[in-house]
Design a protein. Structure first.
Length: 671
């Protein structure tokens, strides 16, 4: 009798699967009927729906992001199986889930005997992974730092949902899913960057000689532990939302420490698709909290993809969002997203809506998209109208930020820090767009259009204003005690932006600013150098930047007889194409030393005004600084690890620019 019973059970399963496949076939026939009235009653169906762009106003999208489409045909379902794993199955209604689950389970057994690439020898045991954690009270402290400092900057997690799962993890750590344990390790790896140099955590756990080395070591240790957890969970074959959250935050952490992580981005993208994060949750019947978690993961992934793709020179020109229907995350705080679907919103439409923890990432996404367009403009040698359009878009973003963060006195401290960081990035984009007009000229290009005198002067003014604003924000973030948790930003990307702003002022000094500007520039540059000196114990970048400014900011030189000053003008002449100025050496785009030239130029742009030779004997800007202005835009965007700026021997070159004696040392390589 048992065999007959088993046979009946198998037949029942097969009948259910057969019935499901028949229904799916009928549904596909209906969806493929493209007659003139096929979708007339379903304006939001997949074939016609225009997904909300991540470039549009984030607050506008918040009001539309939860509109369900009850009449739309089913696009698929998210199945749960095993130990909380998820899989998106397209074209299947939720009622078919049981039959599909049976099909999945039967198709997934027996398991691969080798478990490639996760062999038993390479996989860490759960006990070994738990032993990599710090003490629980230290975990708690780092977790709190993450949610106070980093979560509002990259708001991928739903804080209350994570807290509930973390509390369960504290009670029974041995039963936690490995994907959630990976997420905990990523949170720890990000949080250690915000620790003060004298924090007891570093001395209790760190084994390195300095606080900076301890922070780097611990961050790398916890990132490695996160990957071990994911590998032990066989994340390439089975995954869930925790897997995606851990990977997205891991890429975010890597991008702030080691540069691009392009391959991991691709893996994460495909895992996102496999669990249906590219489909708007309103089409999958998910609750609001789970829906927002998925939207946030997709938005975070697209944010990282956009900036890394731009940094790598538009390596993948296709747009990943073209086939996705997912909407923007709601611009709401976590407490306003309820399981019953009620969303609390700002009630007074006549007043600027205050920022939320989601606002920063939504605004930053628009800036990253703008940065990508600026890189594209530089590569294609766009027109004057294109230049003006990009400047207009930068101004619009700046105005939106001012409106959203208008009441600075009433905002939480993290919002004030966000405003400074966003303002820094806005001015940095403006500097990226206009700084090529400070580039000295090698040859007149017949392929470019002419730039008027007024437009060239305006670009010069934009460079001055933006460079000064970046250095002012850099000083505020460093000096004010309330921003101490954000010094990790000042040590890294903030100082990189400040160094390039300072370099721009140095080129402006060499190009004939009036006496008042010269005095102010020198004062601001000395203050910047002092900050770099103060930060040198925590930042290798600041060590290099301080040494360079220390050498440059010495008293006016006595011009050497054999060194003719470069011929300078107030505005830009055209320069040769970047391809003429760059050579491929050892896999890096390297710019040769600029010959004495005649002004400031964007490749392909010409200047119509008269050339005026200026007396710059009081200051001699080395040609390497002009080289810096001519680097491809992607390298300015990518951070120090992406910049192919060869400083070998730079500090050893005799350039008598001042009274101080520079202590000898190795050259600086900005990579």
């Amino acid at each position: 009798m048992p065999p007959a019973s088993n046979s009946d059970e198998v037949m029942q399963k097969l009948n259910r699967i057969e019935s499901m496949l028949e229904r799916q076939g009928h549904m596909l026939e209906h969806r493929l009927d493209v007659g003139p009235h096929s979708y007339s009653t379903h304006p939001d169906s997949l074939s016609q729906q225009q997904p909300s762009s991540l470039n549009s106003s984030p607050w506008t999208e918040a009001d539309a992001s939860h509109l369900d489409v009850p009449d739309a045909p089913p696009v698929g379902t998210v199945l749960m199986y095993g130990n909380g794993y998820e899989r998106f199955v397209p074209g299947i209604a939720t009622s078919d889930a049981d039959a599909i689950n049976e099909l999945i389970q039967s198709a997934s057994t027996p398991a691969l005997s080798t478990n490639f690439p996760f062999t038993d020898e390479s996989r860490a045991s759960r006990k070994a992974l738990l032993e990599l954690l710090p003490l629980f009270h230290q975990c708690d402290e780092l977790k709190n730092i993450f949610f106070e400092v980093f979560s509002p900057l990259f708001h991928i997690l739903h804080d209350p949902a994570f807290d509930a799962e973390y509390a369960s993890f504290r009670r029974t750590p041995g039963e936690v899913p490995l994907s959630f344990l990976a997420l905990v390790f990523v949170v720890l790896s990000v949080s250690v960057n915000a620790l003060d140099s004298d924090h007891p955590f570093l001395t209790d756990i760190g084994l390195e000689a300095s606080p900076a080395a301890n922070i780097k070591s611990l961050a790398a240790k916890y990132r490695s532990a996160a990957m071990k957890c994911l590998s032990a969970d066989e994340f390439l074959w089975r995954h869930n939302l925790h897997t995606v959250q851990a990977l997205v935050l891991l890429i975010y952490a890597i991008s702030h420490s080691s540069g691009p992580s392009w391959s991991l981005l691709g893996t994460t993208f495909h895992i996102c698709v496999s669990i249906g994060c590219h489909i708007d949750p309103s089409q999958l019947g998910l609750d609001p909290v789970r829906s927002e978690q998925r939207r946030r993961c997709w938005a975070g992934l697209m944010l990282l993809y956009t900036i890394q793709n731009a940094m790598l020179g538009n390596l993948a020109p296709m747009k990943l969002t073209d086939a996705a229907t997912v909407r923007n995350p709601a611009d709401l705080d976590d407490e306003d997203i309820l399981l019953n679907g009620t969303l609390h919103r700002h009630s007074n439409a006549s007043e600027p809506r205050p920022p939320t923890k989601m606002s920063y990432i939504l605004l930053k996404f628009k800036l990253y998209s703008l940065a990508s367009d600026i890189c594209q403009f530089a590569r294609t040698r766009g027109s004057v109208s294109g230049l003006l359009e990009l400047e207009h878009r930068i101004t619009e973003e700046e105005q939106e930020h001012e409106a959203r963060f208008a009441d600075g006195q009433q905002l939480p401290n993290y919002h004030v820090a966000h405003q400074l960081i966003l303002n820094n990035y806005v001015h940095y984009l403006r500097l990226m767009l206009h700084r090529p007009y400070l580039q000295t000229n090698r040859s007149m290009s017949s392929r470019g259009m002419m730039l008027s005198r007024d437009q060239a002067l305006q670009s010069r003014a934009h460079c001055t204003t933006s460079a000064m604003a970046i250095l002012r924000n850099h000083e505020d973030l460093w000096r004010e005690h309330r921003f101490k948790p954000y010094r990790w930003f000042v040590y890294s990307l903030g100082s990189f932006q400040a160094f390039l702003a300072a370099s721009t002022l140095i080129v402006l000094l060499d190009s004939g600013s009036d006496d008042a500007d010269r005095t102010e520039f020198i004062r601001v540059l000395h203050r910047c150098q002092a900050r770099f000196e103060d930060m040198s114990a925590r930042s290798d970048l600041c060590v290099k930047a301080a040494a360079i400014l220390r050498k440059l900011l010495r008293t006016p030189p006595t011009r050497r007889d054999n060194l003719e000053p470069p011929l300078l003008v107030h505005q830009a002449s055209s320069a040769s194409d970047e391809s003429e100025m760059c050579s491929n050496r050892d896999g890096h785009s390297s710019v040769g030393h600029a010959a004495p030239m005649m002004g400031y130029a964007q490749p392909g742009f010409g200047y119509e005004g008269e050339t005026t030779k200026m007396d710059t004997s009081w200051f001699n800007c080395p040609p390497q600084m002009y080289d810096l202005m001519s680097l491809p835009t992607e390298q300015w965007l990518g951070g120090p690890s992406a910049m192919a700026w060869d400083w070998n021997g730079w500090l050893d070159v005799e350039t008598p620019l001042g009274p101080e004696t520079l202590v000898g040392g190795p050259g600086v390589m900005m990579r």
